[in-house]
Design a protein around this ligand. Structure first.
Ligand SMILES: [Fe+2]
Length: 126
């Protein structure tokens, strides 16, 4: 069930939502259908966007990415999210922070995603 958690964005106002429980209706914002964001896995800029997961004593540390992503006012990683087999953990970042986050968990990691303010959603399946 945690495999899905689809993320949609309104291309007019920039609202972003995550679907916690799937229904049949279409998501609409600013009078038009919201766009489903497919987490990118391959593309130019992959080394700066694809989350890299390291095991720690208490859980995991996620870095974006294998080459650190910029964390500037106009271009930064807005959040890093870890999806496990039982739930979701998300940390919000701001300009000036390191593009990384630690999560305490012993659960099985299903996927790790991050959202770049310019380059969108990226997913690393585990
Ligand atoms: Fe970016």
């Amino acid at each position: 069930m945690t495999e899905k958690l689809e993320v949609y964005k309104c291309e007019i106002c920039g609202n972003i939502v995550e679907v916690l429980h799937e229904g049949k209706g279409q998501l609409v914002c600013c009078g038009q259908p919201m766009k489903l964001l497919e987490g990118k896995t391959e593309e130019q800029g992959k080394e700066k966007h694809l989350p890299v997961v390291e095991k720690t004593e208490k859980g995991i540390k996620v870095k974006v990415g294998s080459v650190p992503h910029p964390m500037e006012e106009k271009h930064y990683i807005e959040w890093i999210e870890v999806v496990t087999d039982t739930g979701v953990m998300r940390k919000f970042l701001k300009a000036g922070d390191k593009p990384e986050a630690e999560f305490e968990t012993k659960d099985r990691i299903v996927q790790v995603r991050e959202y770049c303010s310019i380059h969108g959603l990226w997913t690393a399946k585990q």
